[in-house]
Design a protein around this ligand. Structure first.
Ligand SMILES: Nc1ncnc2c1ncn2[C@@H]1O[C@H](COP(=O)(O)OP(=O)(O)O)[C@@H](O)[C@H]1O
Ligand SMILES: [Mg+2]
Length: 325
């Protein structure tokens, strides 16, 4: 059986090398006996998928991607362009969308993750007051909440564009949502999501103070998940564990990219069953511990191909699992 290779984004300044952000993973992969290919991320983003994959050899067989986030539609183009060259991305386009976008995974994780409601949008247009009040009602109508889109929040603009102190204050909800949409601009993914705010244990052991600060890294302008642009002073951040799953098995349990030196050992019993039910081959789950000590909550699910790896942990096992999958 052919062994999967991994596709990394190419360095925009050197078409023979992986992007510097992924160079260490590519190097480690080579040391482990794996093979990598390169894709032009900018060409993918601008709808030129056949050109983006021209460095991937024809008939390359099974493939994983490790790279920057892609909108689900662009991932679908990527998968189709590889298929046309005789390659096969092991995460299908529907599988990518299911793990990458909150509405794709929420139904499976409901109850294990903060209650959420979403309002689809066609471009960067804020929802009107009626749509907002209906969404607020769907998550209980009162109490604090956070705002994000189907993929990312603006946690670094916590008070301005992320945290809603009181859902019953609809004008205030509208202000935070409008500012969020304005700042996301053309990068708004899917629509607006409202999630009930829950108190998680924070890095300093304190409870979440409803806005004591953001959380993981900004993801950088190219939108990997975390690892870039971390804000200083992690004191107010929820401690999260990032669990990497392949075919329903946890292949790496590590800290979140924003607090890479923290050791966390979440109980995976419940999450394992949910990941299996989701049915996507390679995903991550970000878990936070409830401030009252009553267990772990799923903050986010992500596609494993575009989740950032914290520096300082050894991903050899993860890469080996991928190339022997
Ligand atoms: N429902 C929630 N309750 C409390 N804190 C939350 C909630 N959702 C998100 N957060 C905090 O905000 C941060 C960013 O939210 P997240 O959903 O992970 O968005 P992003 O995709 O931008 O990382 C999380 O890491 C967590 O600290
Ligand atoms: Mg996150």
């Amino acid at each position: 059986m052919p062994v999967p290779a991994i596709i990394f984004p190419v360095d925009p300044l050197n078409p023979r090398r992986p992007d510097p952000h992924f160079a260490w993973e590519a190097r480690l992969l080579r040391e482990l006996g794996g093979e990598h290919h390169l894709v032009d991320h900018d060409a993918l983003l601008t709808g030129r998928a056949p050109e983006a994959v021209r460095r991937v050899p024809r008939d390359s067989g099974p493939l994983w991607y490790r790279g920057w986030m892609l909108p689900s539609a662009r991932y679908a183009d990527f998968a189709a362009a590889l298929t046309a060259r005789g390659g096969n991305l092991l995460t299908s386009a529907p599988g990518y969308a299911a793990a990458h976008e909150l509405p794709g995974w929420y139904g499976v994780f409901e109850g294990a993750t903060p209650a959420s409601a979403w309002i689809p949008s066609d471009g960067p247009v804020a929802p009107g007051p009626q749509e907002l009040s209906a969404a607020v009602a769907r998550i209980g109508g009162s109490g604090p909440a956070i705002v994000k889109d189907y993929v990312k929040s603006r946690k670094h603009e916590w008070h301005e564009a992320c945290y809603v102190p009181e859902l019953a204050d609809l004008p205030a909800v509208g202000r935070v949502v409008r500012r969020f949409v304005e700042l996301q601009g053309e990068f708004l993914a899917g629509g607006v999501v409202l999630r009930r705010y829950e108190e998680f244990e924070h890095a300093d052991g304190a409870e979440g103070a409803g806005g004591s600060g953001g959380a993981e890294g900004a993801g950088g302008s190219r939108g990997s998940d975390g690892g870039k642009g971390d804000e200083p002073g992690a004191g107010g951040r929820a401690v999260e564990a990032r669990v990497w799953w392949l075919d329903g098995r946890p292949i790496l349990v590590g800290p979140h990219p924003d607090a890479p030196r923290r050791n966390v050992e979440p109980d995976l019993t419940e999450v394992r069953a949910l990941v299996r039910r989701l049915g996507c081959r390679f995903v991550t789950t970000d878990l936070a511990r409830r401030a009252d000590g009553s267990g772990w909550r799923v903050v986010e699910v992500g596609d494993g191909q575009v989740s950032d790896l914290p520096r300082g942990i050894d991903p050899s096992g993860l890469l080996t699992s991928l190339i022997t999958a």
